[in-house]
Design a protein around this ligand. Sequence first.
Ligand SMILES: [Zn+2]
Ligand SMILES: [Zn+2]
Length: 229
Amino acid sequence: MTKLPGSKNMEVSGLSSTIQDYLSLIYVMERDDEPVVGSRLAELLGVTPPTVANTLKRMTRDGLITMDKNGTHLTESGWEAARVVMRRHMLMEWMMLKTLPWSKLHGEAHQLEHAISSMTESALMEQLGHPQTCPHGNPLPGCEEAVAAWIPLPKIPAGETITIRRIHELAEENAPLLEFLERHGIMPGASARVTEILPFNQTITLEVKGRPVALGNVAARYIFVERGA
Ligand SMILES: [Zn+2]
Ligand SMILES: [Zn+2]
C-alpha cells in the first residue's frame, strides 16, 4: 500500500508508472471539469475497460482517488501526486526540446518522467527559468492563469488572423495528430488565418505559411489560440 505524505516535495517514485499515467490523465480531466469516466480512460490509454476498472480499484485502495455516487475524483494526496507527475513530465519535454522533434517530446518525456527525483526537478525548474507552460502550451500545475485567455479554435470566425498558443494535453496523447500539426507548422507561436469553416463537413481550414490546412472539428477543439498575429 502506498501512503503519500502531504508535503510539497513528496516522492512519487513509489508509484508505478501505470499509476502515474492514470494520475496525470485524471488530473487533466478533473482540472477541466470533465467527468472521469472509465471508458474514456480506456480509450486514451489504449487498454480495455476491465483493466481500467482494476487499476482504479487499486488507486482507491491506495487513497489516490475516491469512487462513489459522486463520480471518480482525486483525493488530496492524489492531487498532490498528480501535480508532481505533471510538472516532471513538462520539464522533461522542455529538456528534450533541442534534441527531438516537437511531436516526439510528449512520448519520450512519458518514458523518462517517472525516473526524476525532486532534486533533479528543482534543478531543472531553475535551469529552464520556471516555465509556465510545456512546449505544447499546456499549463504547469499552478500556472493555469497563464493559459486562461486563450480561445478554442472553433470559436474564431473565418477571416481572422490568429496565433497558435496551445495544443491540449489530451491531444498530446495522439501521436499521429501531433505529427500532422508539426508537419503543417501548427505549433505554439505560429501565426495563421482562419480561411474557411464548413459546418456540414465539420472542418476548419487554416492558412499557415501561405498553405491551406484542413482540420476536423475534433482536432480543432484541442487547439487554443490568441486573436491577432
Ligand atoms: Zn506531454
Ligand atoms: Zn506538453
